[in-house]
Design a protein around this ligand. Sequence first.
Ligand SMILES: Cc1ncc(COP(=O)(O)O)c(C=O)c1O
Length: 473
Amino acid sequence: MADFATFVLKNVLVVSLAVNMCLIWKISFEDEQTLAFSWENIRQKLHFHGCCSNGEESNGIGKDAHVSTATQILATTSSGAAPFVTDGGEGVVINLDHGDPTMYEHFWKQKGQETTVVTSSWQHISYFSDIKNVCWFLEPGLMSAITRLHKVVGNAVTEGRHIVVGTGSSQLYQAALFALSPHNASRPMNVVSAAPFYSSYPLMTDYLRSGLHKWAGDANEFSKQEPYIELVTSPNNPDGFTRQNVVKGNKGILVHDLAYYWPQYTPILLPADYDIMLFTVSKSTGHAGTRIGIDSSKRKYLHLGFILKCHSWALVKDREIAKKMTTFIEINTIGVSKDSQIRAAKILQAISDSCDHANQKDAETFFDYSYKLMAQRWKEIREAVKKTKLFSLPNFPQETCTFSGRTFGQLPAFAWLRCEGEVDDCESFLRRNKILTRGGKHFGGSTKYVRISMLSRENEFKLLIQRLPAIIS
Ligand SMILES: Cc1ncc(COP(=O)(O)O)c(C=O)c1O
């Protein structure tokens, strides 16, 4: 009897062990699937919605990017990520949707130690950087590097300005809207920009459904007798033109987004002198962001990291506005990463140093390098477009740059390409030819236009130049 009981007990144990193993395996398998799925979701969002590089909205290319399993996508996200091209490039999808400034990577690689920052674990521990400053989390080293660079380039007045630092100019944009919208108004503040406008503005304005402000569209069509904020992007994203404010009313506040007011993109004519000016290292030096991996607490998925963005800054005339912008960032992220600020300061100082010593050293300055590269790329894309009747590009007036002494027309970070003739949906047309771009409608413009990034790595750009003239239909 005792033997029989032991036999039954053993069997029950074995069965129970098997059931438990199955359960454990099932849970862990599902967990991994869920995690893998959510990672894939996040990866797609970050990659295809462009928020890792510039926070711009998606144009729904995620699904279309996977054209076929045999098709390769020439990724822009990392130098190691570009797949090996085996077929002369015809099968490769070229992704030029985002303005990811990887073209500058080569220059910075050559700099090596000169721009390397080493940080010990005991450094940068405090929340505070300079409690006497309106922007108390602004590192003094970054403040002097920003001031010095604007002086060297001559692109903005810094005297009598407060510098507010942000995690990307997207955060500063929201800080400016927060600071400029009355908090006791019966209606939200109107936010406008002349079309074609930077595709992130509507998104960033309305994303949190704030009661303080709302996107009110194309500034050219704004005729309400109500207060408004007008965003003036100059040179403009997406079309590259120099801009002024357009709304005729007298109830407006202007915010100047000068992300591209640097001498590789446009002749610098005079130091910008506006009430609120936004700048970013994303487009000036090309340091759009550094992703770091953190343990997301779920075992091996180490890549679900946060984005450690390099910095943008606002030059703000009014102390109260600067204070409110600082409050926004305080509530939002309790300041801005010091490690990133110190890295940004080092890079900006290196650029100023090289400009100061330009005549004594053989080494090329960053702005010389980036100007020559942009000029070469624009020459090549214009030649490629000339070979076909299907497309056209805007032309820009020539002006003399006070920084370099060179006379040239704009060399925008994006090509605002028009599909001529019958083609009404230029984005889909190019997508069929495996070139991913952002269609005009995302910028409040016509679908006959697309925006193509000019800031990619050389291999992607070269493929674009080969492919454009080869397109027949
Ligand atoms: C006009 C304009 N402003 C701001 C930004 C975003 O800059 P950041 O990367 O600093 O958020 C971009 C990026 O594409 C831009 O085109």
